[in-house]
Design a protein around this ligand. Sequence first.
Ligand SMILES: NC(=O)c1ccc[n+]([C@@H]2O[C@H](COP(=O)([O-])OP(=O)(O)OC[C@H]3O[C@@H](n4cnc5c(N)ncnc54)[C@H](OP(=O)(O)O)[C@@H]3O)[C@@H](O)[C@H]2O)c1
Length: 428
Amino acid sequence: MRIGLLGCGTVGQAVVRMLSEGGATITRASGHRLELGPVLVRDASRPRPGVDPALITTDPARVLEDPEVSIVVEVMGGLDPALGYLRTALARGASVVTANKQLLARHGPELLTAARDAGAELRFEASACAAIPVIKVLRESLLAAEITAVTGIVNGTTNFILTEMGRGGLSYEEALARAHELGYAEADPTEDVGGADAAAKLAILSSIAFHSRVLIDDVPFEGIDRLEAEDMEHAASLGFVIKLLGVARLIGGAVSARVYPALVPRGHRLAAIGGPDNAVLLESRATREIMLVGPGAGGAETASAVIADILSILGTHQGSFLHNALADAGRPMAPPGGVVSSFYLRMSVADRPGVLARIASVFGDEELSIRTVVQSGAGDEARLVLIIHSGPEDRMERALERVRSLGDVRGEPVMIRVLGSGEGGDRR
Ligand SMILES: NC(=O)c1ccc[n+]([C@@H]2O[C@H](COP(=O)([O-])OP(=O)(O)OC[C@H]3O[C@@H](n4cnc5c(N)ncnc54)[C@H](OP(=O)(O)O)[C@@H]3O)[C@@H](O)[C@H]2O)c1
């Protein structure tokens, strides 16, 4: 079996190494001998350890049109030209393994259809949570379990930042600087801290979990850049930690998938996941909760998932049953306004009589009840932290709008959802 590589950077180099070091084991286990074929790069003059220089090319046709290449591995990243390359490879019947989450989260269903039409296989384990075999578990192990919810910490950069803010009392900026120092944050961290990276991964995971078509544009996301050290302190004093979560669940048969920072009860399994690790909690009535934890990035970690995908493709030969995942159930997306959860709210208010009563009556009018109030004074201003009992999100938004216009509130209130607090999801 000849493997063509599109890209030979951090992940591609590690794939080359693993194919060479694990070759004998793969042959023993699968009966197939894997051979590295042409390798596409931008700069052919750079040395690529372990790759015969005659295989290095800057001409995509050498990979895409080589009839001997039966599996094309895309580890180059970006949407264009990667999308066109994958379409070409699949159209000629080659199977494809990709680590490209942005591409999958935008064009996954189209590429799955192209693969099916061509009788080829498309695999993308490395695109979500790198080393953690979450897609394999959803596609294969839990295929019959009927997943009802997927809740995950799917971005290592933000988990590292929030862990540092919680542990060391660092400000957001200080924790981000530390993530840069340790190589946990990209030079431009916008995709990570703004939530777009997590949204792409959640789109991929929800598509597989719910056998449905979920694209990144279907996943509203919020980041962590508005959080302050004092939010971590308030959360801690109330028994919570703050995590950036991807939360996907079935609600009345529709898919709800969103990314947001959330208060997680300290005893919850996800609360214990610190540093740059990722974790995904999979729920179904049959299996209750299964949590997968591990590194969500890194060259070798990602390459491990790429090799696993190549093996999975080998497993489809000669009448095996594990073919492509499906995204054809046609489920609608659930409107976010109907999703029920409980809320943490922090705001500065003018320290004058009746403020709390006015705010409480706004929530009362929207049938939202206040569970906890923490109040601290600072000059003519008071800091209010409220935990609001579970209610639908659109009522919370309406109440917030009215609270903002009361004239008592200074600055912009910070609202964070609380995990596991009466959210209404399907229970099968
Ligand atoms: N690194 C991780 O931890 C990680 C984790 C999960 C998923 N991924 C995904 O894996 C993919 C690869 O990531 P990476 O970190 O390995 O990236 P990288 O180090 O930047 O490597 C990219 C490789 O692709 C080649 N390339 C890029 N654009 C090209 C083009 N237009 N034509 C020809 N070759 C091109 C580059 O060639 P040159 O070497 O000549 O520049 C390089 O060899 C991305 O989709 C990424 O999102 C990475």
